[in-house]
Design a protein around this ligand. Structure first.
Ligand SMILES: Cc1cc2nc3c(=O)[nH]c(=O)nc-3n(C[C@H](O)[C@H](O)[C@H](O)COP(=O)(O)OP(=O)(O)OC[C@H]3O[C@@H](n4cnc5c(N)ncnc54)[C@H](O)[C@@H]3O)c2cc1C
Ligand SMILES: NC(=O)c1ccc[n+]([C@@H]2O[C@H](COP(=O)([O-])OP(=O)(O)OC[C@H]3O[C@@H](n4cnc5c(N)ncnc54)[C@H](OP(=O)(O)O)[C@@H]3O)[C@@H](O)[C@H]2O)c1
Length: 532
C-alpha cells in the first residue's frame, strides 16, 4: 500500500487544511474547537462516540460523575442527577452535542485511515525530520501547503482515496478496536481449549439475549480484575442465578483498589484530590525548589490521605475477607487513572458464591477443560473471557510512518506529549485522548481548546528541546508517584496542567469566584468555559 498515491499517479484530494482521525469524544471535541477551519473527520465506523458505541456491555455506565464528564458549553439535560448515566445516555449526549454544533456534516463515516505519509515542507527536510539533534523549532502548523497525506479506505470499496492536509489531529483512542491478548507457551494456548473463548471486545458485540445464552449455567472464567473484568463477572453472576447457576471465576494478576461511590467517611471524594489545596500535596512537573520542599514536607499528609481512604474501603468492602487488599497505596491507583467503581451488588454475588477469585502470576495457560496454573492447579471452564485490555499503541503504530513511529515513545517508553497534545518530534500533528485524567472528556476538550489557540497563532510552542525536557520531567513525576505510570495519567496535578493551558491561551488560571472556593472547591469542566 505504501506509495500507492504516487505509483498510481492519483493526486490527493485537498478538502480542508485540517484532518481529524477518529470520531470518538476526542475527535468530536477537536472538531468543535477547530470548526472555524472546517476540518474533515475520518471515522472508521458508521457512528460517532468511539468506545461508547462499540466497547460497552449491557451494564456499562459512566464512571466519572456526569458534571465532570460534560462539555463546557453543553450541559447534560439533567446535570444534577446524581445517578451515573448508562452507556446509551452517554452516546446520546455525544450525538446531541455533535448535532447541536453542526459537526456531523464534516464527518466521513466508514472511512478508515490506513496510512499516513509525511510529505515534508519547506521548513523541514524530510530526511532529517524527527531526529532530536536536527530539529530546533517545531515549525508552523498551517504552513500554506500540504504536509501530510492520508490514505483512507471506505467500507463500500477496497480502493484507497488519498487526501492531503497541512495539519492532522490523531484521535483514534487508547482503548477499543485492538484487543490485548495474553501470550502462551507452545501447545498451551486457546487452540487446545474445548470451550468458548472471547475478548471483552467480542462480548460487546453481543446483545442481552446472546450474552445471557453465552453465560447462563456455564462455568465462566474472566481474565482481568479491572473495570471490564469486574463488570463482566457481575453480568456472568446475574446470568447464573438459580440452582443450575455456575460460579464465575475472576483471574486476578494484580490487585487494585476499587471504590463503591464518591463518598469517603461522609466526605465528598473531590476534597481529597480535585481541589487546589489537595493537589498542593502532590508533586507536579517543573515545580521549583520551594514547592518541591513543601511537597516533601507535606508527604506524610499525602500518605495519610491515601491511608484514610484505604481505611474506608477496607471497612466498606470485604476486601480482606476475600484476599483482595492491594499491597500498593490507593494513591498509586488514583494517580494512574485506574480507580474503578465497584458495582453495588458485586460483593453480594461474591457472598453468594456466584463470583470467586483465583490469584495468579502471568504464568497460566489452557488445558482442554479450562485454565491451568504454575502450581498445577486447574480451573474448569466452559467459557473464558479475556478482559485483558487493549493495544492503543498498536493502533497508532499501524498508521504513523517511520521515522516518527520510532519516536512515538521516545525517550522513556511513554508518548512525550507537550501539554498532552504535541509530540515535539512529529511535525504538524497533534494527539488528543492520550493523556488521561479523572474525566477524559474534559481532558480532550481542554486540550482541543489549547490546540485551537495554537493553530490560530495565539501563542507559540517553545523550542523542541524545551518541550522534550518538559515532557521528560512530567514522566519522572509520574514515575515517582505511581508504579503504573505507563497509563499516562495526570490526575494528581490536573489543575496545574490546566493552569498552564489557561496561561498559554491568555486566560486567567484561577477560575473561581473567591479564594475559599479557589482553595477548597472542586475543579471540573464547568470552570473552563471558553474565553475569547
Ligand atoms: C467501556 C469504557 C468506559 C469508559 N468510561 C469512562 C468514564 O467513565 N470516564 C472517563 O473519563 N473515561 C472513560 N473511559 C475512557 C474513554 O476511553 C474516554 O472517556 C473517551 O471516551 C475516549 O475517547 P476517544 O475519542 O479518545 O477514543 P475512542 O472512544 O476510542 O474513539 C476513537 C475513534 O477513532 C476511530 N478510529 C480508530 N482507528 C481509526 C482509523 N484508523 N481511522 C479512522 N477512525 C479510526 C474509532 O472507530 C473510534 O470511533 C471509558 C472507556 C471504556 C472502554
Ligand atoms: N465506565 C465503565 O464502566 C468502564 C467499563 C469498562 C472499562 N472501562 C475503562 O476502559 C479502559 C480499559 O479497561 P479494561 O478493564 O478493559 O482493561 P485494563 O484496565 O487494561 O485491565 C486489563 C486487566 O487484564 C489483566 N491482564 C492483562 N493481561 C493479563 C494476563 N496475561 N494475565 C492475567 N491478567 C491479565 C490486567 O492485569 P494487570 O493489572 O496485572 O495488568 C488487568 O487486570 C479503562 O480506562 C477502564 O476504566 C470503563
Amino acid at each position: 500500500m505504501a506509495g500507492m498515491n504516487h505509483e498510481n499517479n492519483i493526486i490527493p484530494k485537498v478538502v480542508s487544511k485540517i484532518g481529524i482521525i477518529g470520531g470518538g469524544i476526542s475527535g468530536i471535541a477537536a472538531a468543535k474547537q477547530l470548526s472555524h477551519h472546517n476540518p474533515i473527520i475520518f471515522e472508521a465506523t458508521d457512528s460517532i462516540g468511539g468506545v461508547w458505541k462499540h466497547c460497552t456491555y449491557n451494564s456499562t455506565k459512566l464512571q466519572s460523575q456526569r458534571g465532570d464528564y460534560q462539555f463546557t458549553d453543553f450541559p447534560w439535560p439533567d446535570r444534577d442527577n446524581p445517578d451515573f448515566p448508562t452507556h446509551v445516555e452517554v452516546l446520546e449526549y455525544i450525538q446531541s452535542y455533535a448535532k447541536h454544533f453542526d459537526l456531523m456534516k464534516n464527518i466521513k463515516f466508514n472511512s478508515k485511515v490506513v496510512e499516513l505519509k509525511f510529505i515534508g515542507n519547506q521548513e523541514c527536510d524530510s530526511s532529517k525530520v524527527g531526529l532530536p539533534s536536527d530539529v530546533d523549532d517545531y515549525g508552523t502548523l498551517l504552513p500554506g501547503h500540504p504536509v501530510w497525506e492520508v490514505a483512507v479506505q471506505t467500507n463500500d470499496s477496497n480502493s484507497i482515496q488519498w487526501y492531503s492536509f497541512e495539519f492532522v489531529v490523531v484521535c483514534i483512542g487508547k482503548y477499543g478496536d485492538v484487543p490485548k491478548m495474553p501470550m502462551f507457551p507452545r501447545k498451551k494456548g486457546p487452540e487446545i481449549f474445548n470451550g468458548k473463548l472471547l475478548h471483552s471486545l467480542d462480548y460487546c458485540k453481543l446483545d442481552q439475549q446472546a450474552t445471557n445464552q453465552l453465560l447462563k449455567n456455564k462455568k465462566v472464567v474472566v481474565v482481568g480484575y479491572k473495570k471490564s473484568g469486574i463488570d463482566l463477572a457481575l453480568e456472568c453472576a446475574m446470568a447464573n442465578q438459580g440452582p443450575e447457576g455456575q460460579p464465575c471465576t475472576i483471574l486476578v494478576r494484580t490487585l487494585h483498589w476499587t471504590i463503591p461511590h464518591y463518598w469517603i467517611w461522609g466526605l465528598p471524594f473531590f476534597l481529597f484530590y480535585s481541589t487546589r489545596s489537595s493537589q498542593l500535596l502532590h508533586e507536579r512537573p517543573n515545580q521549583g525548589l520551594l514547592r518541591a520542599l513543601l511537597c516533601f514536607m507535606l508527604s506524610p499528609m499525602r500518605h495519610g490521605i491515601s491511608k484514610f481512604i484505604e481505611s474506608y474501603l477496607l471497612w466498606k468492602l470485604p476486601l480482606e475477607k476475600y484476599g483482595l487488599k492491594p499491597e500498593h497505596p490507593f494513591l498509586e491507583d488514583y494517580a494512574s487513572c485506574q480507580m474503578a467503581i465497584m458495582p453495588e451488588n458485586f460483593f453480594s454475588e461474591v457472598e453468594k458464591g456466584k463470583i470467586c477469585f483465583k490469584k495468579t502470576s502471568s504464568k497460566w495457560w489452557f488445558w482442554d477443560g479450562g485454565i491451568e496454573f504454575e502450581d498445577k492447579t486447574k480451573v474448569e471452564a466452559d467459557v473464558v473471557i479475556f478482559a485483558t485490555g487493549f493495544e492503543g499503541k498498536k493502533k497508532l503504530k499501524s498508521i504513523i510512518p517511520e521515522p516518527f513511529c520510532s519516536f512515538l515513545e521516545y525517550p522513556s517508553g511513554i508518548m512525550p506529549l507537550y501539554r498532552g497534545t504535541i509530540h515535539p518530534l512529529i511535525p504538524n500533528m497533534a494527539f488528543v485522548g492520550y493523556v488521561e485524567s479523572v474525566s477524559n472528556l474534559h481532558s480532550s476538550e481542554i486540550r482541543s481548546m489549547w490546540l485551537s489557540g495554537l493553530v490560530d497563532n495565539k501563542f507559540k510552542l517553545p523550542k523542541v528541546e524545551s518541550m522534550l525536557s518538559q515532557t521528560l520531567e512530567e514522566m519522572e513525576v509520574m514515575k515517582r508517584t505511581t508504579r503504573f505510570y505507563k497509563r499516562h495519567c495526570i490526575a494528581t496535578y490536573s489543575i496545574n496542567h490546566t493552569d498552564e493551558i489557561c496561561k498559554d491561551l491568555g486566560w486567567s488560571a484561577w477560575r473561581k469566584k473567591n479564594l475559599i472556593s479557589e482553595a477548597f472547591g472542586p475543579y471540573s469542566s464547568q470552570d473552563y468555559e471558553k474565553e475569547d
